[in-house]
Design a protein around this ligand. Structure first.
Ligand code: C2O
Ligand code: CU
Length: 614
């Protein structure tokens, strides 16, 4: 194993992620930031200089557990002080486990501003992955708004509340096409608005493959908001030229529309109509959900953990998750195919992100596929999403969870009001980060750095998760769940109805510093007696991110074996910003050698000054 050293400058710069010029946060003049590639066991050293003029910065290494280096986790106010403009901080940590990871800003909403990149860890020398592949591609998925993050943030913290809305574009490796749908490009044959030359910052990266070869696609989602679905395929040729209009649907057009799918189709149509309005193009039929021909994919890795391989037609992926899938190029090699990414779980108003799977050398890379891309399953087809999540099990031979828990923490997720401001709260407390990083204030037992009141471990029995909160008022808090060293903790994430009736959203929860086992998902309110008996203790997958479905619960188990202070939060950036998270402090007395530079602010900063004077 070696040490891999990097010198990074973070700065704002002009960039055109979706062909529209905007300001992004870049690293060394690149967007997304440089990809880190290492081997398991290596040490990564990133010397990060803040070249922003008016704000601090930190970088979190998402999925890396930071065993023994909790101060390098890159969470402002939790593991360290934000790095001030002009200052440099060195992140030095070990990547102990092969897998597909990424990094991103973890201060304010800097992830939404584009501060992110890939971190890929290969198996160590002499080790082997438990599956075979001949080549690989990396697909980092994100969403993009034209409104500045500054404006987004002010909107979220204003009264009346201003929601950021749906993203303008979805990006694959930081590249998207606003105001031009590649698919539309196909359907009306015009090339006027699409920027496909290959030199543009927004030109899609084409995946050139050889026939009958197996590729590993590393797919990671770092979206600020969107849940996504990725498929590789085209619509079947037989329906290629059928155009459907809303009138067709309303007039109950005979033939191949399956009546029970009419509503789904109508929903998809709205997306397409919207895409049409945005792009000024004709839309095509969306029978593909029924008739698409996709390349099959075999899922083999999730969040840096091997899973029991299973085959799918498309992959659901939530913010904070990563997957590796194996794709074999066994289709007609004289054609090219679409890789398409669309929105799930929220009514989409964002066109699909697209790129091309190019069968070389038989099919020139500039040749667009002959049929339109597969369209994402209907946005609210939650059964599709659940069936995907329920297929994920740990690879045989993976570590199993302890049989019993030492503690159970039930976390109710609600949307609330504080003085009329809209917030998210966990057991009725909306997280507000303190000015002194917890890691320092807990390690040095500093008084008054944060609420010493323990946050609640449960919510009232009579709370109706199917209805808006009876009393929507909540409070700010920054209390901490203190976890004993090596204790086994169960967390039950309980979803509920938001402030308005009949609304419950997907929330992908991400844990820092640990992986957890996903013991099960359920509908409605978690039943403390019955549901625990149904937990999967045999082969639950290890993950660092897990979703709660609308009106459902998700059960997780982890062993608090990594001393430090760790964030556990919804990975939707605006939700975290609105308070949707909690803090776990694991055996902080066992943390040693925290570099002073990580804590040179707030009360820890003051206490360093005092010790120097005395
Ligand atoms: Cu990728 Cu705390 O997040
Ligand atoms: Cu959320």
């Amino acid at each position: 194993s070696t040490t891999r050293q990097f010198k990074w400058d973070v700065e704002y710069m002009f960039w055109s992620p979706d062909c529209e010029e905007n300001v992004v946060m870049g690293i060394n003049g690149q967007f997304p930031g440089p990809t880190i590639r290492a081997k398991a066991g290596d040490t990564i050293s990133v010397q990060l200089t803040n070249k922003l003029h008016t704000e601090g910065v930190v970088i979190h290494w998402h999925g890396i557990r930071q065993l023994g280096t909790p101060w390098a986790d890159g969470t402002a106010s939790i593991s360290q002080c934000a790095i001030n403009p002009g200052e440099t901080f060195v992140y030095r940590f070990k990547v102990d486990k092969a897998g597909t990871y990424f990094y991103h800003g973890h201060f304010g909403m800097q992830r939404s501003a584009g501060l992110y990149g890939s971190l890929i860890v290969d198996v160590g020398d002499g080790e082997k992955e438990p599956f075979h592949y001949d080549g690989e591609f990396n697909l980092l998925l994100s969403d993009w708004w034209h409104q500045s993050v500054h404006q987004q943030e002010v909107g979220l913290s204003s009264k009346p509340f201003r929601w950021i809305g749906e993203p303008q574009s979805l990006l694959i490796n930081g590249r998207g096409q606003f105001n031009c749908s590649l698919a539309a490009h196909f359907s009306n044959g015009s090339t006027n608005q699409c920027k496909l030359g290959g030199n543009e910052e927004c030109a899609p990266q084409i995946l050139s493959v050889l026939p009958n070869t197996t590729y590993r696609l590393r797919i990671a989602s770092i979206t600020a908001l969107a849940s996504l679905n990725l498929a590789v395929g085209v619509m079947s040729d037989e329906h290629e030229h059928v155009k459907v209009t809303p009138e067709d649907i309303l007039s109950d057009r005979p033939g191949d529309i399956l009546s029970e799918r009419i509503e789904d189709i109508a929903e998809n149509l709205q997306t397409l109509i919207l895409a049409k309005n945005l792009c000024g193009v004709t839309f095509y039929n969306d029978y593909n959900y029924v008739f698409s021909q996709n390349h099959k994919m075999v899922v083999v890795e999730a969040d840096g953990n091997y899973v029991q391989p299973f085959e799918v037609e498309d992959v659901d992926i939530y913010s904070g998750e990563s997957y590796s899938v194996l794709l074999t190029t066994n289709q007609d090699s004289s054609k090219n195919y679409w890789i398409s990414v669309g929105v799930r779980g929220r009514k989409p108003q964002t066109p699909q992100a697209l790129t091309i799977l190019n069968y070389s050398p038989t099919s020139p890379s500039i040749l667009l596929p002959v049929s339109p891309p597969t369209i994402t399953p209907t946005w609210n087809d939650y059964d599709h999403s659940k069936s995907f999540s329920n297929k994920i099990f740990a690879l045989i031979g993976s570590p199993k969870p302890p049989k019993n828990r030492d503690r159970r923490i039930i976390l109710l997720n609600t949307q609330n009001l504080i003085d009329g401001y809209i917030k998210w709260a966990i057991n009725n407390i909306s997280l507000l980060l303190p000015s002194t990083p917890y890691l320092g204030s807990i390690k040095y037992s500093l008084k008054g750095a944060f609420d010493n009141k323990k946050p609640p471990e449960d919510f009232p029995n009579d709370y109706d998760v199917m209805k808006p909160p009876k009393n929507p008022n909540s409070t700010y808090g920054n209390g901490v769940y203190m976890l004993g060293l090596n204790s086994t903790v169960d967390v039950i994430l309980q979803n509920a109805n938001a402030l308005s009736g009949n609304v419950s959203e997907i929330h992908p929860w991400h844990l820092h510093g640990h992986n957890f086992w996903v013991l099960g998902y359920g509908e409605g309110k978690f039943n403390k007696k019955k549901d625990e008996k149904k937990f999967n203790l045999r082969n639950p997958p290890l993950r660092n991110t897990a979703v709660i479905f609308p009106y459902g619960w998700t059960a997780l188990r982890f062993v608090a074996d990594n001393p430090g202070v760790w964030a556990f939060h919804c990975h939707i950036e605006p939700h975290l910003h609105m308070g949707m998270g909690v803090i776990f402090a694991a055996a902080v007395q066992h943390v040693n050698n925290i570099p002073n530079q990580a804590l040179a602010c707030g009360l820890t900063g003051k206490s360093f000054m005092n010790t120097k004077q005395n």
